[in-house]
Design a binder for this molecule. Sequence first.
Ligand SMILES: [Zn+2]
Length: 310
Amino acid sequence: MVLKEKFTLSIGDNITGSPLSVLGYRFSQGNGSSIYIQGGTHGGEITFPIFKMLSNFLEKNTEWQGTVTLIPLSHPISWNQRHYYYTAGKFDNYNGKDWNRSFPGNKDGSTTERISKMIFDEAIKHDLILDLHTSRRSKPFTIVSREDLVEYAINSGILPIYLAPKSSSNFPFTDAIDNAGKKGITIECGSHDSMNQDDFSLSFNAVLNVFRKEKLLNDNIELKKVDGVFVFEKYETYFAPISGFVEYLQPLEKLVKKGEILYRIHASNSLNEAIDVLAIENSIIMKYQSTHIATIGDEVVTVVTKYKYI
Ligand SMILES: [Zn+2]
């Protein structure tokens, strides 16, 4: 029988005197691995439906054994930073820092460091840690910073794997997890502030495949590598050559050949000029910005040019 517990982590009060806290859900059934999954470090990155799918699965499925802790919205401040209708949850307005660069945190430090410490202490009790995010406009991909975790990513069912360089300071969550000797994998679950069911399903299935790999889920479904899985270690970025309005002309994850058009930018200082920006090398499109507005020098398209199919 599945045991389900809802719990609250709290580090104190916010300025209006109510608790500065985070909600968590713990599912357990028999003995097995323990997996921690968090989302919502960055406000505006919608992964909540994946947690609903996981909750439903864990409650009903009888073929898993172990403990799964879900923290769907792990940051009590980032989601409340609003500018008009836009949730500006990537950077802390107080100090300008990325919310995901303060791990493992400090119980006597800044508000962010205290929150990070609280989250980290909960996560590190588990065998494997998954951190769900979204990335600008993109399709799902996995990020690992350890060679031995590439295998988990290959089996996840998601095509691109970013083998990221490890930070030397200001650690993101999964780097801090790795530094503490545990396995940490980040899944970018699609586009920012988006409700795309295909991307949610792909990400949900990726999590189930990690369960299978970790032997938490034993349902005899074979883990297979999907055709087209590729690994890369570095992005290349195209910056706006002029200020203007961007048309994204190619689908995400398409291989655009050298010399083919990547995007078109309509000059804001003219009513009849536009520039077609071409691919300098064969490029797989990884990310578009979440806006069609570009000031000269802004990032517009992020691609990978060096990748290995595995
Ligand atoms: Zn994020």
